[in-house]
Design a protein around this ligand. Structure first.
Ligand code: FMN
Length: 170
């Protein structure tokens, strides 16, 4: 089973979430004795998902949208994404308030996806460009890392369990 984990990240937070998801899926499937390969890549580095049996695709959210490389990846591969199980995630709000997250508009339309999970992201002013710093200041966005490794792990294990079930019934 070949599994793709592709992320679009401007400042690294989403890439790190993707790496964690890839490692957890690898460990879980290995423990279940399922033959598999997990490729963790930047969405910008691939233009096709052909050959994969499942995909997890994530992007940071900027100004309410996914980054261009992730939008391009799913836009160019929709026919294949209908044919395999696909999970999406966004790394977005740095405010962990549930109500804020619940009310956030979905940054991508993908009715074929099994699920679209939103994880709190990270904002570190020292890594931002001038324009981004001005926006963060204007919106009074706090400097914080809201990522929750346990929640990310739990989600990756759920995905691995689904993949393990489909592998054993195939
Ligand atoms: C200029 C700017 C705009 C942002 N816009 C949004 C947004 O519209 N919605 C959201 O949920 N998060 C927004 N964020 C927060 C980022 O999505 C979050 O920090 C994310 O984890 C960054 O991921 P990255 O390090 O992979 O680029 C914004 C951050 C910056 C600096």
């Amino acid at each position: 089973m070949r599994i793709l984990v592709a992320t679009a990240s401007r400042h690294g937070a989403t890439r790190e979430i993707g790496r964690q998801i890839g490692s957890t899926i690898t460990e879980t499937l290995r423990a279940d004795g399922i033959d598999h390969q997990v490729d963790v890549v930047d969405a910008a580095d691939i233009d096709s998902i052909d050959g994969y049996d499942a995909a997890i695709i994530g992007s940071a959210v900027y100004f309410g949208r996914w980054l261009a490389s992730a939008r391009r990846l799913i836009g160019g591969a929709e026919h294949h994404l209908h044919a395999i199980p696909v999970w999406l995630f966004s790394s977005g709000p740095v405010d962990t308030d549930e109500s804020v997250r619940e009310s956030a508009r979905s940054p991508v339309t993908a009715p074929w996806a099994r699920e679209h999970r939103t994880f709190p992201g990270r904002l570190d002013r020292s890594s931002l460009g001038l324009f981004e710093k001005l926006v963060a200041a204007a919106l009074r966005v706090p400097d914080r890392d809201g990522r929750d490794p346990e929640a990310i792990d739990a989600w990756a294990r759920e995905i691995a369990a689904t993949l393990a079930t489909s592998a054993s019934t195939a």
